[in-house]
Design a protein around this ligand. Structure first.
Ligand code: HSE
Length: 348
């Protein structure tokens, strides 16, 4: 069975996703009988391209590397230049993969693209935090009305299974409280500073490795962490959307150097900690650098890794750690979500 993918966004993640798809398409066909085809690619500034039989991914990657555009591969029969909304409206595809760079202020234009696709009954997979942070409840309501799937494992902890853990293994459990290290960039910087690096050098290194957001201040000033904490709260605790103005946010840009000395003295670590707590009839969300003692489960979550500690009403505490950032890791999360749609496809 063919599964036609419409990819929106061709930055680090879109590129890594296409490369991973090319690498895995044969083994996925062999193991599951699903033939993944990249039917279309749309970008804000690099053009758009689609092909009835599927785009040739190696040509696409190579031509984008050389020309910076997705519409210059020279593949015969490729249609170029169609506006994204027309493509969502008129193209024959099965799943929209939305991985354009996040707009944490409004979640646009990704929210509109996702909404349009879900409204047409198409499945959507995304790694984009903006639409989830601002519109999770609306989007999941449209998905359920249209009987479409809406998966977003790559938005938080970059594919370390947070949402699928609760959807599958801990189904029925309630999350009462969350503590997390949810921003890989800040954690990486804090660890480099612990080893004596300046803040500026650590920031340059994390940017060089493409872990940070295009605007790295979203990472170091705590906005990325706050949006992820809020996404977890909305998805797993049924919290309403909480605007940034109602989240207590403190980043790592102006840290007191004494913090590292005190952390060292108690063999602990400085971590940018997100907390979500259900109160009587509200949810308190905060982001703040803290010293964690050595026996805290998140103390040893180092470098680009993320970690989250969930207090549940069934099994008590559960802690997961894993990849926190990186194009390949995010690409893997998107592919994992697409593959988990398979059950839905075979039922059609
Ligand atoms: N900039 C983000 C981080 C990428 O460092 O955690 C993953 O969401």
């Amino acid at each position: 069975m063919d599964l036609r993918i419409f990819l929106v966004g061709f930055g680090n993640v879109g590129r890594a996703f296409s490369a991973l798809l090319k690498d895995r398409v044969a083994s996925i066909l062999c193991s599951s009988g699903v033939n993944l085809k990249l039917a279309a690619v749309a970008t804000r500034s690099k053009g758009t391209a689609c092909h009835d039989e599927g785009l040739e991914i190696s040509h696409l990657l190579e031509s984008e590397r050389i020309t910076g555009r997705v519409d210059s591969s020279g593949q015969k029969g490729v249609l170029v230049g169609k506006p994204v909304v027309d493509m969502i409206e008129g193209l024959d595809f099965d799943v929209l993969v939305e991985c354009s760079s996040p707009d944490l202020e409004r979640g646009e234009p990704a929210t509109s693209y996702i909404m349009m696709a879900l409204d047409k009954g198409k499945d959507v997979v995304t790694s984009n935090k903006g639409p989830l942070f601002h519109n999770y409840h609306i989007l999941s309501e449209i998905a359920s009305q249209r009987k479409a799937s809406f998966l977003f494992e790559g938005t938080v902890m970059t594919g370390t299974p947070v949402f699928s853990l609760f959807r599958r293994c801990l189904i029925g459990s309630r999350v009462l409280r969350i503590e997390g290290v949810l921003n890989g960039t800040s954690n990486f910087i804090l660890d480099m500073m612990k080893r004596g690096s300046s803040f500026e050098r650590a920031l340059m290194e994390v940017q060089r490795r493409a872990y940070s957001e295009p605007d790295p201040f979203l990472d170091i000033d705590g906005w990325d962490s706050a949006s992820k904490a809020s996404i977890i709260a909305q998805v797993l605790m049924d919290a309403p959307f909480t605007p940034f103005s109602e989240i207590s946010i403190e980043g790592i840009r102006t840290l007191d150097p004494d913090l590292f000395i005190r952390a060292d003295r108690m063999a602990g670590s400085v971590r940018l900690i997100c907390r979500v707590e259900k109160q009587a009839d509200s949810y308190a969300i905060s982001v703040k650098p803290e010293i964690l003692p050595s026996n805290h489960p998140l103390c040893s979550v180092s470098g680009i890794t993320n970690g989250a500690l969930f207090m549940t009403d069934t099994i008590g505490e559960i802690c997961i750690t894993g990849a926190g950032a990186g194009p390949l890791q995010t690409a893997h999360a998107l592919l994992m979500d697409i593959l988990s749609l398979q059950g839905n496809f075979s039922r059609r």
